[in-house]
Write a protein that binds this ligand. Structure first.
Ligand SMILES: Cc1cc2nc3c(=O)[nH]c(=O)nc-3n(C[C@H](O)[C@H](O)[C@H](O)COP(=O)(O)OP(=O)(O)OC[C@H]3O[C@@H](n4cnc5c(N)ncnc54)[C@H](O)[C@@H]3O)c2cc1C
Ligand SMILES: NC(=O)c1ccc[n+]([C@@H]2O[C@H](COP(=O)([O-])OP(=O)(O)OC[C@H]3O[C@@H](n4cnc5c(N)ncnc54)[C@H](O)[C@@H]3O)[C@@H](O)[C@H]2O)c1
Length: 444
């Protein structure tokens, strides 16, 4: 039997294990994970912290017993400390200090990412929190019960920071949201959209401290204040959410890396060493919007890249379709979704980019219930007319609409091809002249 070793058993690793074992019985699959749990959905963390769901139980979809029932050998709480890429041997160390040596024919690295820790004074004070793992969320929730914690600074107004700012507000805490950029969610949306989210956060009582650089966290053993280049805020907890860094410790000296340290992979998820694959947050993706290699840490990419790697391990020649970085967020009922490049990013990447904006009600005005305005921006190349990105915002759940644009970018469609696409009409759902058609028709 061919030996497959997988390092990391969270979203990417679990997806690879399932794909291999669901499709073949001819492989011996050995898996190592440093953590004590598998498959925690970080995307549900804010809902759990904000008391919008019953508890964390539903945020797990797999476990050691389930994967072992399929035939995998799973070592939990067993960090891999060394990989001999010449001899093809992975070494893990159990909690009791026992060394496990696992030889492989093919190796899948699924070691994910870690939150970025800024090099500022005060990071080791009590109540400075990182938020990635189940254990992190559990610790934050226990601390929130203390009446001593009333004022919280969230650093980073990206996806995690904005979601957690809402969650802490739902706990009745005073929240200050700090970002080095002059707005929130700048990676994903252009100004008209980030302005909507800014307004939404402000209207719901979150103090916004944008355009401020954090210099230090201060206190006498516990957090007492956070200092920026412009202000200082008295807080009892600081939550750091300024992005992820790929976890490349096991391969950084052996494998070719992307500029941020992620393992550089091709469309088969192959690294620079034969028989070694990398998937999920530790690896690069092929980004169809920029037509090149990129780093986009998302669970969706983790699961799909794992399916691709697993099929190649099985001997099926499967190539990734690439990604568009499609994403979504819902904060105090404001829903925003985006895919591909923002206009600002397209310009900074050297495209002669244009955009078209359109805003309309989701349904005809005679429908009075659950009918909200939807704001749409399509970003396209002014020369080739190729769709480069799209953003949508509404109180209506229009999220499925972004998939249309995602596929358009993947298939290199032009904005003019979208204008004449066959979109159905029914008043319960949309308008005969819907905003997608109208926006695309209006593209200059
Ligand atoms: C709060 C939060 C909200 C999020 N929301 C969303 C969302 O809404 N949508 C979305 O698409 N994505 C979301 N993400 C991102 C998503 O969680 C990640 O992209 C995803 O976890 C990546 O999966 P992964 O398996 O590649 O890596 P990870 O989840 O980082 O898992 C890596 C695994 O490798 C193990 N490991 C690492 N090193 C070793 C070693 N040396 N030996 C053994 N094991 C090792 C770790 O213990 C871990 O279990 C969110 C993330 C967070 C933190
Ligand atoms: N809904 C979702 O799809 C979802 C939810 C949560 C997380 N995620 C993913 O998880 C990953 C990590 O999320 P994240 O929110 O940590 O990263 P992010 O990239 O979304 O946001 C990081 C934010 O931190 C800011 N920042 C960077 N350095 C800073 C500094 N020194 N001081 C202050 N601000 C600073 C950036 O300007 C940015 O706004 C991302 O890939 C994200 O897409 C996705």
């Amino acid at each position: 039997m061919k030996k497959i070793v997988i390092v990391g058993a969270n979203h990417a690793g679990t997806s690879a294990i399932n794909t291999i074992l669901d499709n073949s019985k001819d492989f011996e699959v050995t898996v190592f994970d440093a953590n004590s749990n598998i498959s925690f959905l970080g995307c549900g963390m804010a809902l759990w912290i904000g008391n919008q769901i019953d508890g964390p139980e539903g945020l797990f979809y797999s476990n050691k017993a389930l994967l072992e029932s399929k035939g995998a050998k799973i070592y939990m709480e067993t960090p891999v400390t060394h990989i001999d890429y010449d001899q093809k041997i992975v070494t893990g160390v159990t909690q009791s200090g026992e060394e496990i040596k696992a030889p492989y024919d093919q190796l899948i690295l699924a070691t994910g990412s870690q939150p970025i820790v800024p090099p500022i004074p005060g990071m080791t004070l009590e109540n400075v929190q990182l938020v990635k793992l189940y254990q992190h969320a559990d610790e934050v929730i226990k601390k929130l019960e203390s009446p001593a914690i009333q004022n919280i600074a969230v650093v980073g107004a990206g996806y995690i920071g904005v979601e957690l700012a809402e969650a802490f507000k739902r706990n009745g805490k005073n929240v200050t949201l700090i970002d080095i950029a002059d707005t929130c969610l700048p990676v994903y949306y252009d100004t008209p959209f980030t302005d909507m989210m800014k307004q939404n956060l402000g209207d719901n009582g979150i103090k916004l401290a944008f355009g401020e650089t954090v210099k230090a966290i201060e206190g006498d053993s516990k957090v007492e204040r956070i200092i920026t280049d412009k202000n200082q805020y008295d807080v009892e907890m600081v939550v750091m959410a300024i992005g992820f860094r790929p976890n490349n410790a096991l391969g950084k000296d052996n494998l070719e890396l992307f500029r941020n340290g992620a393992y550089l992979v091709d469309k088969h998820q192959r690294t620079s060493i034969k028989d070694v694959y990398a998937i999920g947050d530790c690896a690069t993706v092929y980004d169809n919007s920029i037509e090149g290699t990129n780093y986009i840490a998302l669970a969706t990419n983790a699961v799909r890249s794992a399916i691709v790697a697993a099929h190649n391990v099985l001997g099926n020649d499967l190539e990734s379709a690439g990604v568009q970085g499609s994403n979504g967020i819902s904060i105090f009922d404001l829903k925003m979704v985006s895919t591909g490049m923002t206009h600002a990013k397209a310009l900074s990447n050297g495209y002669e980019a244009s955009f078209v904006d359109f805003e309309d009600y989701q349904k005809p005005e005679f429908i009075k219930e659950d009918n909200h305005k939807v704001k749409l921006r399509i970003v396209y190349d002014a020369n080739t007319r190729r769709v480069l990105g799209a953003q949508m915002a509404s109180k209506h759940d229009m999220s499925m609409g972004i998939h249309f644009f995602s596929l358009a970018i993947q298939q290199k469609l032009t904005v003019d091809q979208l204008a004449l696409a066959d979109l159905f009409f029914l008043p319960h759902f949309n308008k005969p002249y819907n905003y997608v058609t109208m926006a695309a028709l209006s593209a200059k």
